[in-house]
Write a protein that binds this ligand. Sequence first.
Ligand code: A2H
Length: 253
Amino acid sequence: EGVGPQEYTGMKMEVVEWSPAAKEAIESKVGGRKVFMVAATLRPETMYGQTNCFVGPALKYGVFAANDKEAYLCTHRAARNMAFQGITTPRGEITQLLEIHGSQLIGTKIKAPLALNPEVYVLPMDSVLATKGTGVVTSVPSDSPDDYQTLMDLRKKAEYYKIDPAWAAIDPVPVLRTPTYGDLAAPAIVKQLKIQSAKDTKQLAEAKEIAYKEGFYNGTMIVGEFAGQTVQEAKPKVRESLIKDGLAFAYAE
Ligand code: A2H
């Protein structure tokens, strides 16, 4: 990290139904465009296991015109990068249609490409950084310890976090198998390290490292078009297929 560019996959998660807090502010301003929340991920091969999406409740987002037909929801910083990478048109120019706060997005229903549960909800995650990716993080609790622990915290204290428990109801979905941790690596590692909450940041960093290495070097896909192949083989293929189908794009920073 910090050295050389990071090659993310920008997942296009189409908005199906805005949260009541966002609906009016947005629908009148997007000029009939389809709006996609864009999540930056380094693990495109895990997208079958998306169960929800995270935004930073205290962060500021914008909806930016991508072209005449589509608009992307992300941080201003990411929109700027996208414009200079020619992902949005015209290249180098930003057209912001509106600004919106993360907290207003909670409860929005979106379509998660490839996911076995394709309709998922937007939930809050305090550790989302404004300075990385798009500020939108798609959640794969089977393979990301951060995603798993945050989802568990939200379920435990739904009232405190002001979420409808139904938005956090989808369970982790097995996507890949590893010899040491089975089909649900992140929950197994979180348990092994006795992690109790998303505030256990030191242990979560360790869990993330273990899950990443174990999945990448020893994982085998158990769902999707590339089931039976190693994660190393499947990763670029899933990414290419998502991009070819217009469900994602390459995004670097
Ligand atoms: B990853 P790196 Cl299954 N703030 O995607 C906090 N985290 C962010 C973020 C932000 N603004 N933008 C992206 N991320 C997350 C999947 C995944 C990810 C799995 C396992 C591990 C993993 C599903 N969430 O990341 O610091 C996104 O979560 C662990 C490395 O640029 C993205 O990939 O290396 C990853 O962090 C990018 O982190």
